[in-house]
Design a protein around this ligand. Structure first.
Ligand code: HEM
Length: 150
């Protein structure tokens, strides 16, 4: 029981770290895009800050996955066959793939376009949609984990 509680503490700390950095990244990106809309030259430092935040986000994700796997082992996979857990795992996979395949690509595309002085309005719009998708996925995963619908 004590081990399960320790895993749960690590799990919720990882959640706070990962969710907190996602919110911070979203706010940073909003500042970036507002500067751009005003016609000022957007600071590439803000994108560099977002890169650093992504690294912290990765630490939170590692906490979540390790402690989650720990809880699965301790409970002998008690949740594995429950529908909420299967949906949760699917959403986690979507969250990770969206981050790596869509988010990371949009960020490097934006950096490249700014350096080359290209039009970035479309990329900014798509990056906003990306953050909205990540937040929605997060909220749904948290709801599923707490209510454990079956
Ligand atoms: C973005 C990723 C994740 C988020 C946001 C998340 C969030 C949560 C939350 C909020 C709880 C509820 C804690 C409570 O009932 O007090 C929970 C429980 C749980 N999570 Fe996760 N989790 C994530 C990833 C994972 C992963 C990758 C696994 C397994 C491989 C996992 C396994 C579990 C298990 C087994 C429980 C139930 C613990 C219990 O009620 O005894 N989670 N999670």
């Amino acid at each position: 029981m004590i081990l399960l509680n320790i895993c749960l503490i690590v799990h919720l700390s990882g959640l706070a770290l990962m969710f907190g950095t996602t919110v911070t990244e979203t706010v940073t990106f909003n500042i970036f895009s507002k500067t751009f809309k005003k016609g000022a030259v957007p600071s590439l430092n803000l994108l560099a800050l977002m890169d650093k935040l992504s690294a912290v986000l990765g630490i939170g994700a590692a906490f979540l996955i390790l402690s989650g796997t720990g809880m699965m082992i301790i409970t002998h996979g008690a949740f594995a066959h429950q529908i909420w857990f299967k949906i949760k795992l699917g959403l986690i996979l979507t969250l990770i793939l969206n981050g790596f395949l869509v988010g990371a690509r949009l960020k490097s595309k934006l950096e490249k376009q700014i350096k080359e002085g290209d039009q970035v309005t479309d990329t900014i719009g798509r990056t906003k949609l990306f953050f909205l998708a990540q937040m929605t996925l997060f909220f749904t995963i948290i709801l599923l984990s707490i209510f454990k619908f079956s």
